[in-house]
Design a binder for this molecule. Structure first.
Ligand code: AMP
Length: 115
């Protein structure tokens, strides 16, 4: 757990979240400021700041996040209508929380922007 990391605090249960999925490696919860009718975040329990910090040892974890995100999207009813998986890294991508996370966005026709 990294001090002052809001997502580490969510993993630890110190900050509440509307959780939709959890296993021993990852959790998923609703974004606090949704940019689409469905906006869920999938995060690893392990603190990885961003893709720049991810390494080969995280390969299985990142694959697990991606595959579970697809299942979570399907459970949210998005399989047919479609959805976007987004992972922002750094200032040009407007990353605001430096604990790696996948956004699941769907429920309406998305624009070229985040939502
Ligand atoms: P990013 O800009 O890619 O770093 O995305 C960070 C996301 O985390 C934003 O969509 C925020 O709305 C979301 N967020 C920040 N704090 C919380 C929180 N306490 N619970 C749920 N989502 C949050």
């Amino acid at each position: 757990m990294v001090q002052d990391c809001i997502f580490c605090k969510i993993v630890a249960g110190e900050i509440p979240s509307k959780q939709v999925y959890a296993d021993d490696l990852i959790i998923a919860f609703h974004d606090i400021s949704p940019q689409a009718p469905t906006h869920i975040l999938v995060i690893p329990r392990k603190h990885i700041s961003d893709m720049n910090e991810a390494s080969a040892e995280d390969q299985a974890l990142l694959g697990h996040m991606m595959l579970r995100a697809g299942e979570i999207a399907a459970e949210a009813g998005l399989a047919e209508s479609g959805y976007r998986l987004a992972l922002n890294t750094g200032p040009d991508a407007r990353q605001s929380v430096f604990h790696i996370h996948l956004h699941i966005l769907g429920g309406r026709r998305l624009t070229g922007q985040m939502g």
